[in-house]
Design a protein around this ligand. Sequence first.
Ligand code: PLP
Length: 398
Amino acid sequence: MEAKHPLSRRGFVGGLATAVGYLSLSPSTARAAEVLMRQGGGAMDRPFAVDDYDSYAKLAANENPYGPPESVMNAMTQAFKYSNRYSYPDGNLVAEIAKHHDVSPDNILLGAGSGELLSVAALALLSGGRKVVGVDPTFMTVYQYATGVKADSIRLPLLADYRQDIPAMIHATRNNWRDVGFVYLCNPNNPTGRIITSAEVKSLLDGIPEDVPVLIDEAYHHFVNDSAYATAVPYVKEGRPVIVTRTFSKIAALAGMRLGYAVAPPELINRLRPHSIGSINALVKLGGVAALRDTESQVRVKQVTIELREKTTRELQGIGYEIIPSDANFFMVNLKRPVQPVIDDFKKKGVLVGRPFPPMTQHLRVSIGSPTEMLRFMTAFREIMPVNGKAAGDMGKR
Ligand SMILES: Cc1ncc(COP(=O)(O)O)c(C=O)c1O
């Protein structure tokens, strides 16, 4: 078949070894990357497969580029034998998740991805015209689900440094508290990657009427290094009306398999449960149990992802671009020009990057892919964007 993206098909300038050298990854991160590139049934060994999807560098959806580790692949493969069953030994996934957080199984509700739990929360807590309070931009799906149940949203702008405006959220919630179904905090926030500090989370919980539920979406929890951040699960243990959502889609590389969960007090879980479909398949249930145990692989994913994020953002800063500091597996770069034509140019070069996130229409969101994908991104960036005011081509590429 004719190659659509010559750069991506042509043995890709030497693959991982070239990327490791170019990005000057530390020896331990290079070794970890090598292990990761063999994961997921060897998907990364075939980056130039014949169809277009496989040929793209996929930096648009904050996925884990490496695929599940062998332990998880084996568990899922074994689980095929339950394909014909409704009821089967599922590895006690709920109990395993509860143990992981030191809570009771009554505190856990599974979802087909954490996205399903946002829909469940909208159905359970926003029906009857209640409102969700959150920032803009954030993981906008929550607002789409609100619209789906004919609920409204109170969307607050980010601060000048792109952090979430907690005092404004407290103010908006207090002013509307009879109407507020829940407050949505995305921590770290998608698309900015900025965290809400544990002190800010506490000030919000202490500052709003105590019966207003707060949904804290910790999809990117596993990538955070900032010591000012902490999970909100301890508030669930205190019995506060807090719902923490987590996903196996990011650190555990199971986005296509669909598994997430909510941690909340039993009263809230009981309000959510009637709206959940329970459509979680046998493969991902057993894969999820294996993923909870395989912390070694997750340490590797975090190490390589963060080092690649830091190298890439430093390189972009070096050629004159501002970066929003991120604690997630993606970052935003200010292009100082409308982002959509640049997204289109990247696609022509075989690199998929994030969509526009209004009102931040000049910021490009870039997910952290594998070393080879990040090299493709930087190569394309230098071709598309001016470097220190000059076209990259004029300066000669490295
Ligand atoms: C902040 C946030 N929450 C939830 C999700 C949904 O993830 P999933 O449904 O795969 O668990 C995503 C996906 O990108 C996300 O970015």
